[in-house]
Design a protein around this ligand. Structure first.
Ligand code: FAD
Ligand code: MLT
Ligand code: ZN
Length: 492
């Protein structure tokens, strides 16, 4: 660590009193939070910025800047480039791979004050918003116009649209609306030398050469700071319903998915999976309302199906027909199905799925693996990981308490979580490279949707070949020759 730190010192400058003086010429005093003399805020004031959502990654930034305008961001970055000060762009700090907090004492540029909607066209549904707008506020903003955001995730109350784009977050609506690579139409980005790249187009079609904005979607702040986003918002469905299905075996998930797709066709909008352990934890930690004992009896796992369509009666009829045919089949794929009857029950069923993340973090310290693998292997991967930990003598209340799986079946994305009493090197060594080798054996992805951040830089090669990594490095060097933009993230 010391050698690492010394190398860092040679590469980057720390923020000093003269830098703070300069920042004062760019920003009002309230937008500068610093422990550097003479400001000398207590360092605890910076804790929410220096520590990530899971309490796993910890930075030691001395200064957080909260600009309000793109020009201010540009002026800050230009100064940092001239002084070799490394920067961590930060949104809602809900990232799960340690990308949003410093590795050392980088300057944090928080986008939280850039939270204005720039325009919304109710005819096309195109929304242009500052990067720091909270996802839930944007959902609320477009709702009266009968539009929804194309993305939804459990962190919606805190994460920013800029953070969503920077991580190319997937979430609960990807099955219906596709990834942000499709729904983001334009971006405004401050490049690592301070240049403002204005690609904030609101055009649906624009084939004028290289589509530069795509590079910043999922770049996790390593190529520049996103300051505004233009996004296509779909019309609100006229009717949404959901049902939780209890399954006796995991093996039924695949045939169930095929049946559900065939019967619901265009109205299917989500097909989400939680195993029994995930369900029990969600209930234990008060996420959503528990199903009755009778409904969960003998259930090995659960699937949440959502429909979104144009006519309530039509959709309800389809969903009821589906349930009836599933329950009356000769060898039923499900034990029971619980259909929501009103908006409160609809939200409560969703909370059982969305709340797993929160429940996991209340239960203990989570090692989170977010992987793309063939759907048929979801259970094998969870079981193999549990057995591997058992063989190392690490299963038990003193070490690993639970190994569980949940995720987005429709997207082939499993969240493999290992909950322990504490983060320890022993558990870490047991899990890695074991999990990554397992994923690579399926030619899967070590990051389906959360990104690489600081957590997986050393493991990138399990999912990207040497040529791909070499070109990623060339792109990074082209945009950021000084390497000041979120160093140590994505690429080592
Ligand atoms: P941060 O956490 O602040 O930052 C994440 C990364 O993006 C960092 O590398 C940061 O440097 C960079 N960044 C942030 N803002 C900018 C910007 N303006 N310009 C350039 N770089 C920037 N993720 C999913 O994909 N799907 C889910 O379903 C999902 N559910 C979640 C549920 C919970 C309860 C939690 C806590 C997290 C969940 N996440 C999920 C992970 C996380 O919420 C997403 O990755 C989210 O998009 C991060 O947004 P943020 O604003 O919090 O970004
Ligand atoms: C989810 O699907 O719930 C999120 O990606 C968060 C998580 O993996 O816990
Ligand atoms: Zn997810």
């Amino acid at each position: 660590f010391i050698r690492h730190c010394t190398g860092w010192r040679r590469l980057y400058s720390s923020v000093g009193a003269s830098d703070i003086d300069h920042f004062k010429s760019i920003l009002p005093p309230a937008a500068i939070l610093s422990t550097v003399s003479p400001s000398a805020l207590p360092s605890a004031e910076l804790d929410p910025y220096n520590n990530d959502w899971m309490g796993k990654y910890h930075g030691s930034a001395t200064t957080v800047l909260r600009p309000k305008t793109t020009q201010q961001v540009s002026d800050i970055v230009r100064w940092c480039a001239s002084r070799n000060i490394a920067i961590v762009p930060q949104g809602g700090n809900t990232g799960l791979v340690g990308g949003s907090v410093p590795l050392h004492d980088e300057l944090i540029v928080s986008l939280a004050n850039m939270n204005t909607v720039r325009s919304f066209d109710p005819v096309s549904g195109i929304l242009v918003a500052d990067a720091g707008c909270i996802l839930q506020s944007l959902t609320d903003y477009v709702a009266p116009h009968n539009h929804i955001m194309p993305i939804d995730l459990g962190a919606k109350g805190s994460c920013h649209i800029g953070g969503n784009v920077a991580t190319n977050a997937g979430g609960l609506r990807l099955l219906r609306y596709g990834s942000l690579h499709g729904s983001v139409l334009g971006l405004e980005v401050v490049l690592p030398d301070g240049t403002i790249l204005d690609q904030l187009t609101t055009l649906r079609k624009d084939n004028t050469g290289y589509d530069l904005k795509q590079l910043f979607i999922g770049a996790e702040g390593t190529l520049g700071i996103i300051t505004a986003v233009s996004v296509l918002t779909p019309p609100s469905p006229q009717a949404s319903n959901n049902v939780i299905l209890a399954l006796p075996h995991f093996d039924n998930v695949l045939p169930l998915y095929k049946t559900v797709k065939r019967q619901l066709s265009e109205i299917l909008s989500a097909f989400e999976f939680i195993d029994r352990t995930a369900y029990d934890l969600a209930v234990k930690h008060g996420q959503g309302r528990a199903l009755s004992d009778e409904d969960v009896d003998g259930a090995a796992c659960f699937v949440l199906v959502e429909t979104s369509g144009g006519r309530r009666e039509h959709d309800e009829e389809k969903l009821t027909d589906l349930l009836t045919s599933l329950l009356e089949a000769d060898s039923p794929l499900i034990n029971t199905g619980v259909l929501s009857q009103n908006p409160a029950q609809f939200s409560s069923l969703w909370a059982l799925r969305e709340g797993v993340t929160e429940a996991v973090s209340k239960e203990g310290k989570a090692y989170k693996y977010d992987i793309s693998i063939p759907l048929a292997s979801f259970k094998d991967v969870v079981d193999a990981t549990r057995e591997h930990l058992r063989s190392k003598g690490l299963l038990g209340d003193h070490a690993v308490k639970h190994v569980l799986g949940y995720g987005h079946v429709g997207d082939g994305n499993l969240h493999l979580n290992i909950i322990a009493a504490a983060y320890t090197q022993e558990i870490q060594d047991a899990l890695e490279p074991f999990v990554y080798e397992l994923v690579a054996s399926y030619r899967g992805s070590i990051s389906a949707e959360h990104g690489i951040g600081a957590m997986k830089t050393h493991a990138l090669h399990y999912s990207k070949n040497d040529v791909s990594i070499e070109w990623m490095k060339k792109i990074k060097a082209l945009f950021d020759p000084l390497g000041i933009m979120n160093p140590g993230k994505v690429l080592e």
